[in-house]
Design a protein around this ligand. Structure first.
Ligand code: ADP
Length: 193
């Protein structure tokens, strides 16, 4: 049983590592980006609201995001543990997550910070644009997402560092190599499957 956050800039490989870690620990990987994209695809009310923000590389408003996460974390599969990929991304979301955990008498076990330098991030995101055709992987929107991350999300790492919860992991290298680093860092903190 483990409750994890995965934080890092767009292109750091959060989605890929989230899937690996979820398999390893037997917990659900909950990606707010994936949930928003699914809602956009299905043209739900939430999807219609979120799309305009996503297409500009801006964050979806906290009120919508927080409600979505509170609901998702209340589902049965998230009671055995979870990995949140891409949440929290703002101070308001940190406060909401604290409240959700407090309300259910749970606590966070670790925060994995995935790092990669700026050039590598742009290279990966541009490559993905060609493969997947995500509407927010165009050059302008990629730049916007990277700067929104620096402004709004990078500062959250200090909040979690001050709580002693952060494992900083180099996101460069093969997928398995990076997964190995994360698993090792978590094992060193006493968390293994
Ligand atoms: P990336 O990390 O590559 O930017 P994501 O799939 O995590 O990709 O997010 C895609 C988009 O979904 C974000 O740019 C944002 O518009 C929206 N989004 C995802 N998570 C959040 C969040 N926690 N708060 C606000 N918006 C979010």
């Amino acid at each position: 049983m483990i409750r994890l956050l995965l934080i890092g800039p767009p292109g750091a490989g959060k989605g890929t590592q989230a899937a690996e870690l979820a398999k390893y620990f037997g917990i659900p990987a909950i990606s707010t980006g994936d949930i928003f994209r699914e809602n956009v695809r299905n043209e739900t009310e939430l999807g219609l609201k979120a799309k305009a923000f996503m297409d500009r590389g801006e964050y979806v408003p906290d009120s919508l995001t927080n409600e979505l996460v509170r609901d998702r974390l209340s589902k049965p599969d998230a009671q055995v543990g979870f990995l949140l990929d891409g949440f929290p991304r703002t101070i308001d979301q940190v406060t909401e997550l604290d409240q959700i955990l407090h309300d259910s008498n749970k606590k966070l076990d670790a925060v994995v910070q995935l790092t990669a330098d700026g050039d590598e991030l742009v290279r990966r995101l541009s490559g993905r644009a060609l493969e997947q055709g995500r509407s927010d992987d165009t050059p302008d929107v990629i730049q916007r997402r990277l700067s929104v991350y620096e402004e709004q999300t990078a500062p959250l790492i200090d909040v979690y560092v001050s709580r002693g919860a952060v494992a900083m992991i180099d996101g460069l290298g093969d997928v398995e190599e990076v997964t190995g680093r994360i698993i090792e860092a978590l094992a060193a903190r006493g968390f293994s499957k």
